[in-house]
Every structure is written in structure tokens, then in C-alpha cells.
Design a protein around this ligand. Structure first.
Ligand code: ZN
Length: 145
């Protein structure tokens, strides 16, 4: 019994250490994203430039659209990381949002932003896939008339 308790404590300690390691990694990633987002924002602010050539103006508009899209992705990633850091601080890291079961450590190390265990994630994707399928069927029916 004592041996089991000791083993559990040791496992929990190791997990805590790994969680802290993941948190440090996420904080570092957050800083990187903040820098990239800052640079993108700076480029977007410099839109006072005027182009005499239509092609230059079009190229500029195109790159601006790409910058905006990238900024959206950076923003989403930053929000996901912030949420994960909050989950770590509240002791919810590695617990499935849907079923409340522990998410295997390998999954949390491979995909630290996971909020669902694999079966719940697959169920979610399956249902989403089914919704998309149903939606496309509706569109097809509509187009047939
Ligand atoms: Zn689950």
C-alpha cells in the first residue's frame, strides 16, 4: 500500500514537472507570436504608401490581405495558448472538457493545446463532418430546383 502511494506521488510529481515544462514552452511561444504579430501590425499600419503603378498597388493589396489572414491565425493561436496556460494554472490541464477524464500524457505532450481526449475529439470531428455532409446535401437539393 505504502509502495503504491509512493509510486503515485512520484508519477504526479513527474507530471507536474512536465506540465511546468510545457507551460514554459507555451510562454516562450507566446512571446514569439507577440513579436510576429507586432511586426505584422506595423506593416499594416504603413498603408499610407501610394502606388502610381496599378500592378504595384494590386500586389500591395494582396500582401495586405495575406498579412491580415496571418494576423488572424496568430491571434487564434495566441488565444489558444492563453487558454491552455489558464488551464494549467487552474489545474485543468490534461482533463477532457467533454467527459472530464484524464487525457493521456503522450497526447498532451504531442498536442499541448488539446482540450478533448482522443475519443471525444474523434466524436466531435465525426459529428462536425456529418453536419457538413448534411449541409452540402441541403445545398445540392436547393440547387436541383
Ligand atoms: Zn473526453
Amino acid at each position: 500500500m505504502i509502495w503504491i502511494q509512493r509510486k503515485i506521488k512520484r508519477v504526479e510529481f513527474m507530471q507536474q514537472e512536465k506540465i511546468q515544462h510545457i507551460k514554459n514552452f507555451l510562454l516562450k511561444k507566446m512571446d514569439e507570436l507577440r513579436n510576429v504579430a507586432g511586426n505584422t501590425l506595423q506593416r499594416l499600419k504603413n498603408n499610407g504608401e501610394k502606388y502610381a503603378d496599378v500592378c504595384d498597388a494590386a500586389a500591395y493589396e494582396y500582401s495586405k490581405a495575406i498579412d491580415l489572414a496571418v494576423r488572424g491565425k496568430e491571434r487564434n493561436m495566441m488565444l489558444d495558448i492563453q487558454e491552455t496556460i489558464m488551464r494549467i494554472d487552474r489545474g485543468l490541464f490534461g482533463i477532457c472538457d467533454h467527459c472530464g477524464r484524464k487525457i493521456p500524457e503522450e497526447r498532451m505532450i504531442g498536442a499541448p493545446l488539446s482540450k478533448l481526449c482522443l475519443p471525444c475529439q474523434m466524436d466531435f470531428e465525426k459529428r462536425n463532418g456529418m453536419l457538413r455532409k448534411r449541409f452540402s446535401q441541403k445545398v445540392k437539393i436547393k440547387n436541383a430546383y
